[in-house]
Ligand binder design. Structure first.
Ligand SMILES: [Zn+2]
Length: 115
């Protein structure tokens, strides 16, 4: 019978009682799979106020968006004070369309960068 580690979710055959990786006591029960939806970074806003505007704009369109301040400068052309907008991978295409329209309509500035 297959055994599961409750810590790392690895599967083992029943000749093993303890996970060799982390010492977790194996169980017959499959641990619940993580249902956290995948998110993708879509946009680097020019500042915190604009990032907040984008998040609320997307939420008005029923898209759950989050903003995080970029810690490292992944993109040399982007200053460190960027706020990264992330959405679920399922919402990515719609969010990109809405952001493009928002830029066109002047709801947000054009100083942000699509990622
Ligand atoms: Zn383990």
């Amino acid at each position: 019978m297959t055994m599961y580690c409750p810590i790392c979710s690895c599967e083992y055959q029943n000749s093993v009682a303890i996970c060799p990786d982390d010492g977790g006591l194996l169980s017959h029960h499959r641990p619940p799979t993580n249902v956290t939806p995948l998110t993708v970074d879509i946009y680097a806003a020019a500042g915190e106020i604009e990032a907040e505007r984008i998040v609320s704009f997307l939420r008005d369109e029923s898209i759950e968006a989050t903003r995080t301040q970029s810690q490292i400068s992944q993109f040399p052309s982007i200053s460190d004070n960027r706020f990264i907008i992330s959405v679920s991978t399922l919402s990515k295409e719609k969010a990109l369309l809405l952001l493009a329209r928002a830029r066109h309509d002047g709801i947000i500035t054009t100083s942000g960068i699509f990622l």
